[in-house]
Write a protein that binds this ligand. Sequence first.
Ligand SMILES: CC(=O)SCCNC(=O)CCNC(=O)[C@H](O)C(C)(C)COP(=O)(O)OP(=O)(O)OC[C@H]1O[C@@H](n2cnc3c(N)ncnc32)[C@H](O)[C@@H]1OP(=O)(O)O
Ligand SMILES: CC(C)C(=O)C(=O)O
Ligand SMILES: [Mg+2]
Length: 516
Amino acid sequence: MTDQKQDHVLIFDTTLRDGEQSPGASMTHDEKVEIATLLDEMGVDIIEAGFPIASPGDFEAVSDIAKVVKEAQVCGLSRAATGDIDRAWEAVRHAKRPRIHTFIGTSPSHRGITGLDMDGMAERIHDMVTHARNLCDNVQWSSMDATRTEPEFLKRTIDIAIKAGATTINIPDTVGYTAPRESAEIIRMLIEEVPGADEVIFATHCHNDLGMATANSLAAVEAGARQIECTINGLGERAGNTALEEVVMAMKVRNDIMPYATRIDTQKIMHISRMVASVSGFPVQYNKAIVGKNAFAHESGIHQDGMLKDASTFEIMRPEDVGLTETSLVMGKHSGRAALRSKLENLGYTLADNQLKDVFVRFKELADRKKEVYDEDLIALMSDQTTSAGHDKVRLMEMEVRCGTTGPQTCTMVLTVDGEARRAETTGDGPVDATFNALKELVPHEARLALYQVQAVTEGTDAQATVSVRLEEDGKIVAGQSSDTDTVVASAKAYINALNKLFVRREKSAPEELAS
Ligand SMILES: CC(=O)SCCNC(=O)CCNC(=O)[C@H](O)C(C)(C)COP(=O)(O)OP(=O)(O)OC[C@H]1O[C@@H](n2cnc3c(N)ncnc32)[C@H](O)[C@@H]1OP(=O)(O)O
Ligand SMILES: CC(C)C(=O)C(=O)O
Ligand SMILES: [Mg+2]
């Protein structure tokens, strides 16, 4: 709810227009309608749905969006040309609250695009805004490349647009050239010096070429702009537009120094961000503010310990505020005991201090070999911990396997049987066969291999493999299991695990027949 004491800032989302202009980010008609619906539900004030003159498909999309959107204004972009404006109006006229947006490049280099001099451009602005205003009472004017336009001429263009009936004046930083102080100064100058400026809403439309889009937009708001033009995930031409999630969350989190309100239901941010990433094919960078995979993830032990004690130590927003269920404590080589204990407890393992110490050593060994240790890896680690009892008869010391296109594959293995070291060098039809041959040589036994199964615990080339082995002796089966990032090592450990169980069983059933 808008606080009465706060200024309201309108959120103008242009994901479907400027966002779609990102090379390769084209979206289908249905995807656009779905995104527009989500933007509307999220509380966006104005949805720029497309550029109707651009193609019949764009026209259809804007027109259908205009029909389905319930609350937001629906806007279509048009050049400063009657044909464009008419087409935009045709598309948006069905909306509950339609808006025509028209623009022309006013800077010296952009005047070169249309070949109009200052007077010719002034006349065009007057004629086109008047034309748009005759169709629709909600007209937005943009002096494209405003931040590189001569201030006197910029004031003149805005003056003409206001007099011709524009209701919103947009000051685009088309090429992401401005900086926060200048962004504010331009808005302040226009509001103070252009007659009728207090009758219209000033908008800021920033691009991120120098990584300052969010800062420039917020500076413009502090100077009096009351509409921010932005896109989900910062999608847009070149380095993108101002990211909606960044400006909205900045004003929410730092409301003490930026006391502006929006209508955005921030809990819907994450869902729509994922949706836009998926349909545009533009994945969100991991460390992207607010919506990046790591924005609420912590891997370092000191941070994790702090987070477990009090989330405010390392998080300035609650994950729920952007639609995440929880902070993610990512387990990796920088994690400490506090996080490991907490993770294991969540997975159902309660450990005494000495057990935690043992698991922690093995966890660090694994984390050194793996980028990220997933829950499944921890479960595999715990299962290894419980299957190897600590007083195993056979223990693997080291092994080395050679494999490749020219066989036979070889295995050199050192293990201990009742503490006595044994070493073997064997060959086999493949690395696993060579490994199992080494085990048969070092620990002679008659048990038959009844099952050998490999399963990746998680995804990725550094995933752990969980190997299951079953040995059959006298019609009875013992099962061994182990996990490791090295599949052949996991195989050896699983086999040894089964052998140890076999010896325990023999011991229980016929103590006099102890294995050699
Ligand atoms: C900063 C921005 O985001 S601006 C929006 C950019 N978005 C797009 O361009 C996407 C949609 N664009 C299109 O589909 C096409 O460019 C169309 C349909 C609009 C025009 O296509 P074409 O008629 O083939 O023209 P083309 O794209 O080659 O050139 C643009 C023409 O528009 C003119 N023009 C450019 N901007 C404006 C403007 N704001 N007002 C009036 N005329 C303009 C140019 O002078 C040029 O005219 P010319 O051919 O007489 O020299
Ligand atoms: C059409 C205008 C508003 C634009 O996208 C820009 O100048 O960046
Ligand atoms: Mg733009």
